[in-house]
Design a protein. Sequence first.
Length: 333
Amino acid sequence: MTDRNGNNPERTRSSGEEGFLKTVNLLGVGAFSDLCLDLSPGLNVLTGMNGTGKSHFLTFVRAGLTADSRGVLLEHFSSIVSRPKDPPTLLLHRSETSRTGKVILEDSKGECREFLLHKDGRKGGVSVSEENADRGSRGLRTRSVLFFPDERESWAPFCGKLRPSRSALVRQIEKVIPGRVCFRNGSLWIKNARGWSRWGQVSPASRQLGLLSLFLRQGALVPGSILLWDSPEGVFGPLLLGDLASLFLSLSRRGVQVVVATRDYVFLKEVDLWRKDDDGVLYHAFFRDDRLDKIRTESSPRLSGLTRNPASDALRSLLDRDIERAMKSRWSP
């Protein structure tokens, strides 16, 4: 573990040993007409205003990484990307001219998965097929892909002792919860100094951290794994966002690729304060280009390097208004 000064960093990543998701190309799907984003092997932080496609980006990445080419791809993509009652056509970008879309995922070893989405002429009809399946894409399929805040993620069986290399990280999580996740009579419980608490009685933040500790204890989060996390600020209060930022960086130092979407300035700044120069952090700002009527991105290894950051803009606006009000109150007759 590291402190805020970056003392004694523990790193297990070797870029030559494990592949990572390097490039995501979304063409004519969801909110994207044409988007190509290069990711860091460490921590990737997506930010932007509402409606700029951050959550859509995560869901398409998840759908592409977890798709089984032997299964029904349309049902798989629809169940992850769309709500149950949404028509399949919403998988495609709203365009009068285009009838096709593509999801292309490529890792650092050159392995590729490419999915073609196509309107088949029927009302609401869409077909999904996998292209380039003969290329193998072993690097995209051999490690676990975990998505939060979906608590329906498969978590059984969780058993066994803590791995020595993971124990410090698990203890960090259990300190934040606070408590240890255990099985009792076939159900999940959290045990701490106050006693036993049923899974449904604890806060959503404690449940999500509890599942993460179980993933670590099971060995699911190993080098080459990918952790996707959408809007942590919706569950974690400001005082916990620093712990979460530190946790994400600790995972990335151990070879887990993390992609998190947020609109919260506190979380963005906590990552900025906890990060080290060699942590491999990339900030990605999503924004809508009104001139081209498309969503675009800009990326920077530092938060201050983003020219389009609505969270920072909102904070500056609040400070300006607060100072203005204080000045008016002081000088008013």
